[in-house]
Design a binder for this molecule. Structure first.
Ligand SMILES: [Zn+2]
Length: 317
């Protein structure tokens, strides 16, 4: 089955037509066993987060998750999407963020507002661990219908989402990874970012002929330099990603790859939500209808879809 491309689907809501050209900048360090990605969705972060009315601490976590999946999806070598799902027993019971190979981003949060308020009274600046509680993180790659979903699951471990993601990679990947995620609401609205480093077996695209301990030193140096990146720098729209990467790694000969675009990427459609409504019992549909109209909001982009009661299910009476 071929999905109608979003731009041809007249049943889709008008979503912000926003593309950030250099949202993800891949790079590697010449003669070093290190490659990485710098993720900066810019104003797109604000557009995505402000469509949800969750408390700021929850949106901040969602912004970090968006930056993370944007970086990870940019490594996909095929058509599909990369998603992160965090499920726990904390005030936020579910956080889903995903990004397609084309850079289309979206997220969805399920939270208990009273529990969030109670947490904030006790901890005004809660950690991701406090927001999510105990549970698990699942990272999955979905290549579309008729294909298997590749999924990796780990227990939630660590205080921040950066720690949790690093824990996942340490346990599931064959190579070392370093992850730092950022999200903050400033004067210009929400901004997020990610810096992800991977230790690879080759150096600058060539098979290493140096001793492994040289690689250890090079990896150590790269992560030490990466850790000097400040939130103010990565979230500053006026600094280019190239400038930032050279500022961080100038001693290690950074080589910049082809930047990837990021975009507003909800894939909801009226037809899909109508399909969900068709599965509801008649009584439920009758209860949902107000003055004959059922309103359903997309959980990802929060767009409200309106259906006449007699359009869906078996019409009452
Ligand atoms: Zn949507």
């Amino acid at each position: 089955m071929i999905d109608t491309p979003a731009f041809l689907d007249t049943n889709r809501p008008d979503t912000p037509n926003l593309v950030v050209d250099q949202g993800v900048v891949p790079f590697y360090l010449a003669s070093r066993p290190v490659r990485g990605r710098l993720v900066r969705p810019g104003v797109l972060t604000d557009t995505l987060l402000t469509r949800h009315d969750n408390p700021d601490v929850v949106l901040r976590l969602a912004g970090e998750a968006l930056a993370l999946v944007a970086g990870l999806a940019s490594a996909l070598k095929f058509k599909g999407s990369f998603s992160l799902q965090a499920k726990g027993d904390g005030p936020v019971t579910l956080l889903v963020a995903d990004c397609t190979d084309a850079g289309a981003l979206r997220f969805h949060v399920r939270s208990d507002d009273e529990k969030v308020a109670a947490l904030l009274r006790e901890h005004p600046e809660p950690t991701a661990a406090q927001i999510l509680g105990s549970g698990y993180l699942a990272f999955s790659v979905d290549q579309g219908p008729d294909t298997d979903i590749h999924q990796g699951i780990v227990e939630i471990k660590g205080e921040s989402l950066s720690d949790m993601a690093a824990h996942y990679f340490t346990t599931s990947e064959q190579h070392a990874c370093w992850v730092r995620l950022y999200c903050h609401k400033g004067e210009e609205g929400w901004r997020a970012g990610a810096l992800i480093l991977e230790r690879i077996a080759t150096e600058g695209g060539h098979v290493s002929d140096s001793a492994p301990e040289d690689g250890d030193d090079a990896w150590e140096t790269a992560t030490t330099l990466a850790a000097t990146l400040t939130e103010a720098e990565i979230l500053d729209d006026s600094l280019s990603s190239e400038t930032l990467l050279f500022r961080l790694f100038h001693s290690e000969d950074p080589c910049i790859g082809q930047p990837r675009a990021l975009a507003f990427g909800c894939r909801c459609s009226r037809a899909r939500l109508a399909g969900i409504l068709e599965t509801f019992p008649t009584d439920d549909l009758d209860h949902m209808a107000e003055d004959g109209t059922i309103t359903m909001n997309c959980s990802f982009c929060n767009h409200a879809f309106h259906f006449q009661r007699d359009e869906v299910g078996r019409a009452a009476g």
